[in-house]
Design a protein around this ligand. Sequence first.
Ligand code: NAD
Length: 285
Amino acid sequence: MGTYVVTGSASGMGAAVVDRLRAAHHRVITVDIDDADVVADLSTAAGRRGAVEKVLAAADGRLDGAVLAAGLGPAPGRDRPSLITQVNYFGVVELLEGWRDALAATGAAKVVVFASNSATTMPMIPGRAVTALLDGDAERALKAYRLFGKNAPTMAYGASKVALSRWVRRRAVDPSWVDAGIRLNAIAPGAVMTPLLERQLATPGEARAIRSFPVPAGGFGDPGLLADWVIHMLSPAADFMVGSVVVVDGGTDAWFRADDWPRPVPARRLRGYLRRMREFRAVRA
Ligand code: NAD
């Protein structure tokens, strides 16, 4: 039986993943702001450092897998863009960087990060903020959100999930991760009925927007179904799965973006493509 760490374990999809792992007799180290083995506030750098260290100690330096589900939804409030940035982006990236060696120690670890279909279905997410996050610069990202006024938290949410998805895809193929046997992937849910969504539905303006959003399958997702996908992505079925963003959203992304992917490499990108070919050969030589 393996040892897994799950953040955002006290509620919603994280809690559903914990239930399934424990039912399969795995050891689970839970991390949340409350009601967890490791209580940590992931919105602060000190809280994130504490979570890294306490989990490493509890796991004895060896992790078979990690699920990063802690996250905040867009809600009104001046501090919200900053909180979203700290928890949703740095609360994943800093933890995983801190746990990399422990994941490498088991030789076949699996990591699942909770991204979102907001990354591809929400319009006008500022690219500058995404670049800033990938550069590790929260302040620059926050500046980009200010232009959006009361929509700043929504933009911060979308940008945090775009940056997270890109970070996953970049790190997943980096030799220091993939050659260590770590399989790093993301799941991108649509609207799933958890306390996070319930809170959004309790705000009349947000409820209208959420209920009018196209979901071809109808209704909302069930947290247990999403957890089933995560469990599959933690299993040996994911041995050849690297840097995938698995969209489970009732068809919203396909509705808006059917022709955007798969997209062949256009002629104007050929030079960059050939450069990546050379880089790969150089890394593997
Ligand atoms: P949830 O609110 O039910 O659970 C999130 C958990 O994160 C909670 O237990 C909460 O305490 C924890 N958390 C929040 N702030 C924290 C902090 N500062 N420190 C430590 N823990 C903190 O939400 P959920 O819907 O299960 O969401 C799980 C993940 O899925 C999130 O990353 C969310 O962005 C993502 N997601 C959710 C939906 C949805 O519709 N529910 C859709 C797409 C993506």
